[in-house]
Ligand binder design. Structure first.
Ligand code: AMP
Ligand code: DBH
Length: 525
C-alpha cells in the first residue's frame, strides 16, 4: 500500500545517503535469526515466557500461516490491542511476515476510540487477549465488530498456539510502502492514523540506536504500553531487535514489578514518562533492596520533565538520563549521552538526524528564529500527511508537519518545550483531545456547553478540567456523574476529567470566541 510520498528529490537523497536502506521489519527478524551471533540470544522475555531469535522467528512463520488460514491477507489492517507480553511481539511480527498492516492501539483504549479507529483503518480483524487485569477485551472486540462492518474476525492473543500451522513462503513487502498505522495523541475527536513505511521507521530506529548506544548487550525494558511510539522505536523494542539485544516486557511500570525484571534480566535501558520517573526516583531515594546496578540509561519523554526532577533521576537510580521529545508522526529529539549535565537536565535535546529540518513560526506562519514559537518539521522519518489525508491543516503547504508544540531553541540548538496551543491536555504523557472530550460532554443531558482546558499539576504536569454550563442551574452535574457518563460513552480512563467546574458563562475573547486562555488564568488564580 502506497503512502503519500516524500518529494522525489528528498526521497532520492535519503536513499543515496544511505538513510533509507530498503529493509523491511520482517527482514530484521529473519536476519537476527540467521545471524549466528544473535540466533540463540534471548530475543524477548516476560514474566512467564522467553524466546530466542530462532524460536521467535520460527513461531512467527507458523503463526503467520495460521493467520492466513483464518483469512488474514496481505494489506489487511488488523487492530492489535495486546498488553506488554511476548505474544505482542509474536502477533505483530506474524502480521509483518504475511504483509498485513498492524494498527497499534493501546490496552486502555475503549469503544469510544476503537470504533473510529477501526472504521478509519478499514480494519478486518482484531487481535487481543480474552481478558487482562480484570477487563473483558473479547467483549470489547465484539462491540467493535458489531459497529464496524469491515471487522469480521477476533483472534485470541493468548492462544496463538492454537493457530500454529506449517510455515508458508510469503512475498517480501516493499520497504517503501506502508508497514503499519500508529495513532496520534490527537488534538481532535477524529482519530488520526499515522502511516509509517519500513524505510522511514527503520531509519529512525537505527539512528536512535547509534545515539543511545544500543548493542547486542542491551536489555531494553518496556514498561510503558509497548504499542506507543516511544517504547516501540526510540529506540525501544525495535531498537533492541535491530541490534540483536533483548526485549524485556512488564505488565506494570510499578517499581515492585519492573525492578524485579530489571534485576532478573539485567535490564540496561528503559523509557519512562515524567510521573513514573518521579515515582522511580522517590522510591529509590527512600531506599530499595532491588539490584538496579545493570541499569545504565533511563530515558524520560512523552511530556515535559521538570528540571528539578531531571536533576534527581541520575543520582537516585545510578543511571545516565536522556530526555526524549518525540511524536508518532516522526521527529524525535534526544539529549546526547555525553551532553553537559545542564543540557541533559534543562532541555529536551535536538533532532536525531542531520536531515531533520525544524523551524519556529508564529500564529501567522512567520519565522520567529529561536522562538518561542510553534515547531514545524520535515525530514526522513516525518510523515507528509495522515492516513487518508485526515486533518490536512496539520501540514503546511510545503509539506512540513505542524507539531502544535510551542518550543524555544537554546544557543546550542537544543529544544526547550514550553507548551502547546489549548487543544490538548498532556496528562503525564497521555494526551487528551479537548475537542473530543467536549463533544462527549455536550451529549450529557444536564450540560448546555463545555470547554476543556489543562491545569498545572505537580505530579502529572497537567490535569484535565471541564468547565460546564449546566442546563438547569439548580441541578448541575457533578464530577462523579460526569466521569461515569464519559466512561460509559466508551472513552479511555485517562480521558475522564479530573476536575469539573460549573460556571454561568464562558469568558470571551475580543472577537466573541471563547477564551481558553482566560479560563486557564481563572484556574491558575
Ligand atoms: P503523540 O501525538 O502521542 O505522539 O504525542 C507527541 C506529543 O507529545 C508531542 O507533540 C509533544 O506535545 C508531547 N511530548 C513528547 N515528548 C515530550 C517531552 N519530552 N517534553 C514535552 N512534550 C513532549
Ligand atoms: O510522546 C510521544 O509520542 C513520544 C515521546 C518520546 C514519542 O512518540 C517518541 C519518543 O518517539
Amino acid at each position: 500500500m502506497l503512502v503519500s510520498p516524500w518529494p522525489p528529490e528528498l526521497e532520492a537523497k535519503y536513499r543515496a545517503d544511505g538513510l533509507w536502506v530498503g529493509e523491511t521489519f520482517d527482514d530484521v527478524l529473519r536476519s537476527r535469526a540467521d545471524d549466528p551471533a544473535s540466533a540463540d540470544h534471548t530475543a524477548v522475555v516476560d514474566i512467564h515466557r522467553r524466546l530466542t531469535y530462532v524460536e521467535l522467528n520460527d513461531r512467527v512463520s507458523r503463526i503467520a500461516a495460521g493467520f492466513v488460514e483464518l483469512g488474514i491477507a496481505p494489506d489487511d489492517r488488523v487492530l492489535v490491542q495486546i498488553p506488554n507480553r511476548v505474544c505482542y511481539v509474536e502477533a505483530v511480527f506474524a502480521l509483518f511476515r504475511l504483509r498485513a498492516i498492524p494498527v497499534f492501539t493501546l490496552p486502555a483504549h475503549r469503544a469510544g476510540e476503537l470504533v473510529g479507529i477501526a472504521r478509519a483503518a478499514g480494519a478486518t480483524a482484531i487481535i487481543s487477549p480474552r481478558e487482562d487485569a480484570g477487563f473483558d477485551y473479547r467483549g470489547l472486540a465484539d462491540t467493535i465488530a458489531a459497529q464496524v462492518d469491515s471487522v469480521t474476525r477476533w483472534i485470541d492473543a493468548d492462544d496463538l498456539d492454537a493457530l500454529l500451522a506449517q510455515p508458508l513462503e510469503h512475498d517480501r513487502a516493499n520497504p517503501a510502502e506502508l508497514a503499519f498505522l500508529q495513532l496520534s495523541g490527537g488534538s481532535t475527536g477524529i482519530p488520526k492514523l499515522i502511516p509509517r513505511t519500513h524505510d522511514d521507521y527503520l531509519y529512525s530506529v537505527r539512528r536512535s540506536n547509534e545515539l543511545c548506544g544500543v548493542t547486542a548487550d542491551t536489555v531494553y525494558l518496556a514498561t510503558l504500553p509497548v504499542a506507543h511510539n516511544f517504547p516501540m522505536s526510540s529506540p525501544g523494542i525495535l531498537g533492541a531487535m535491530c541490534a540483536g539485544g533483548t526485549i524485556a516486557l512488564t505488565a506494570s511500570p510499578a517499581p515492585s514489578v519492573a525492578w524485579e525484571m530489571v534485576a532478573r534480566e539485567g535490564v540496561t535501558m528503559t523509557g519512562l514518562v515524567p510521573p513514573l520517573a518521579r515515582l522511580w526516583t522517590e522510591t529509590a531515594e527512600a531506599g530499595t533492596s532491588f539490584d538496579l546496578s545493570s541499569l545504565d540509561v533511563i530515558q524520560v519523554g512523552g511530556a515535559r520533565c521538570p528540571d528539578e526532577l531531571a536533576r534527581r533521576i541520575g543520582p537516585a537510580l545510578g543511571v545516565r538520563l536522556q530526555q526524549v521529545f518525540g511524536m508518532a508522526e516522526g521527529l524525535v529529539c534526544y539529549t546526547r549521552l555525553d551532553d553537559p549535565i545542564d543540557v541533559i537536565t534543562t532541555t529536551q535535546g535536538r533532532p536525531m538526524s542531520a536531515d531533520d529540518q525544524v523551524r519556529l513560526v508564529d500564529e501567522d506562519g512567520v519565522d520567529v528564529g529561536a522562538g518561542p514559537g510553534f515547531l514545524e518539521t520535515q525530514g526522513p522519518y516525518t510523515i507528509r500527511s495522515y492516513w487518508l489525508d485526515a486533518s490536512p491543516s496539520s501540514f503546511a503547504t510545503d509539506g512540513w508537519y505542524r507539531t502544535g508544540d510551542v518550543v524555544e531553541l537554546t544557543a546550542e540548538g537544543n529544544i526547550v518545550v514550553r507548551g502547546r496551543g489549548g487543544d490538548r491536555v498532556n496528562r503525564g504523557g497521555e494526551k487528551v483531545s479537548a475537542e473530543q472530550l467536549e463533544e462527549q460532554l455536550l451529549t450529557h443531558p444536564a450540560v448546555r456547553d463545555a470547554i476543556v482546558v489543562a491545569v498545572a499539576d505537580p505530579y502529572l504536569g497537567e490535569r484535565t478540567c471541564a468547565y460546564l454550563i449546566a442546563d438547569d442551574a439548580d441541578n448541575p452535574p457533578n464530577l462523579a456523574g460526569i466521569r461515569r457518563f464519559v466512561r460509559e460513552n466508551g472513552l479511555a480512563e485517562w480521558k475522564l476529567p479530573d476536575i469539573v467546574k460549573i460556571i454561568d458563562e464562558f469568558p470571551e475573547t475580543g472577537v466573541g470566541k471563547v477564551s481558553r486562555k482566560k479560563l486557564r488564568e481563572i484556574l491558575a488564580g
